[in-house]
Design a protein around this ligand. Structure first.
Ligand code: HAM
Length: 427
């Protein structure tokens, strides 16, 4: 039996796929724009392991969150230690920040990461068991300007990739005091409907009722629609922070809508939370999301520094790009394809191709066929602009045929000027 790819995962290929979003050239293009943009906003790359001790996620993402209760890829390693594939990036960055004493290197720390995350979800379009996130974490600044910067950076990445028709949804989940007050009001509202709630929401009723606002169950959603608004329970400090963020977003011309039901699926948030949604993704309409997590670093026995960040799923971003008909620039490809027509020519072409590569000219060589038509087809498929054809006549004369594969124009070029000619045309 053929071995197949695990459910909910996919290959990213250089060719051979009808799903344009799975082309590696598209990923490279998007990642390049992301890195450049993150750099321009002052973010530096951090890379953490793809697996961590399970406890890290229990304590940060939250023991009652869907991610921890249902979606983690967890196992015991050979030493019997509970390990999980990372379902998200924030917890790992916090662990790394504390463990490496990065607080000693300045007052504000801005990190970005691009990498795979793992969630054991029911796979469907836009939802996978391995997905890739671009995320940022900004540690050390509590002012709303930092929140506005994070939202602006996310939108700037989307804009540079050409995405349109996006909606920014904003909310504040307040601080611990705000949430304690809101919790009482929410429980009072939900209590008469307790038996109508889904099993999951009933289990969360006492432990973490805010999670009920996040329920995917249709009936829970109906009930929650009329629930009190957390925005009416914010402390004065949280109100000020939220109002200031709204003012800053207007100042930098970022339209947003306030949605007081957004709590996000992870437990570490406080104050600002936000999501960017699109109409072009079907059911999985959240392109990216994040929020503030003041207190999280301290909970890992690190310094008591505030933080804010976001994550955006690259699969979803690329799928929206394709749905919106965005055509990325043509990826770089081979410039010249050498076609030797005999064994002696093969050696000469091999040495020429090597010389080209050493001179930064992307070169390919036909090693398998002496049939010129097949070789020319292979040359076109490689995306090469030129074919260099060498047969016994050319060897005798010390020349090659240089064929422009786009114009079909062919020119005889002396061997000793070939590299120079290619270099001139290359620039
Ligand atoms: P999240 O909302 O759980 O946040 O995930 C961020 C983004 O990852 C989502 O908006 C979505 O685009 C993508 N995503 C999540 N799960 C899947 C999946 N199964 N398949 C495809 N894409 C998916 C976080 O992970 C937080 N760590 C974000 C953050 C950073 N908050 C503060 N800092």
């Amino acid at each position: 039996m053929k071995i197949q790819i695990p459910k909910g995962t996919f290959d990213i290929l250089p060719y051979g796929t009808d799903d344009a979003w799975r082309l590696s050239s598209l990923w490279q293009y998007a990642e390049e724009i992301i890195r450049k943009t993150a750099f321009e906003y002052g973010y530096k790359e951090i890379r953490t392991p793809i697996y961590e001790r399970t406890e890290l996620f229990d304590r940060s993402v939250g023991e009652t969150s869907d991610i921890v209760t249902k979606e983690m890829f967890s196992f015991l390693d050979k030493g019997g230690r509970p390990i999980s594939l990372r379902p998200e990036g924030t917890a790992s960055v916090m662990r790394s920040f504390v463990e490496n004493h990065l607080a000693n290197y300045g007052t504000v720390h801005k990190f970005f990461y691009i990498g795979p995350m793992f969630r054991y979800e029911r796979p469907q379009s836009g939802r996978y068991r391995q997905h890739h996130q671009f995320g940022i974490e900004a540690i050390g600044a509590s002012s709303p300007e930092q929140d506005a910067e994070a939202i602006d950076l996310l939108l700037q990445v989307y804009q540079r990739l050409g995405l349109k028709n996006l909606k920014v949804c904003l909310n504040s989940v307040g601080d611990a005091t705000s949430r304690d007050n809101f919790r009482i009001a929410l429980l009072d509202y939900l209590r008469p409907h307790f038996h109508e709630l889904s099993a999951d929401s009933q289990a969360r009723f006492e432990k973490n009722p805010l999670r009920i606002l996040d329920s995917k169950d249709p009936h829970d959603k109906e009930l929650v629609a009329g629930s009190p608004s957390i925005l009416n329970y914010l402390t004065p400090d949280c109100v000020r922070h939220f109002q200031e963020l709204c003012r800053l977003l207007k100042l930098i011309h970022i339209p947003y809508v306030i949605n007081d039901k957004i709590v996000r699926g992870l437990d570490y948030y406080n104050k600002t939370v936000f999501e960017v949604i699109t109409e072009d993704l079907g059911a999985q309409n959240t392109l990216g999301g994040g929020g503030r997590y003041d207190g999280l670093i301290a909970s890992f026995e690190g310094p008591d520094l505030p933080g804010i960040g976001f994550g955006t799923g690259l699969e979803r971003v690329l799928q929206v790009m394709m749905a919106q008909g965005i055509t990325p620039p043509k990826p770089p490809c081979t410039l010249v394809y050498f076609i030797p027509l005999g064994e002696e020519e093969k050696t000469s072409c091999f040495s020429l191709a090597t010389e080209c590569r050493h001179a930064h000219i992307a070169a390919e060589i036909e090693l398998n066929t002496k049939k010129i038509q097949t070789a020319l087809q292979n040359a076109s498929r490689s995306g090469a602009t030129y074919a260099v054809i060498m047969g016994s006549d050319e060897i005798a004369k010390g020349t090659v045929q240089l064929k422009n594969l786009e114009t079909r124009h062919t020119q005889e070029v002396p061997l000793n000027v070939l590299i120079k000619t290619l270099k001139e045309r290359h620039v």
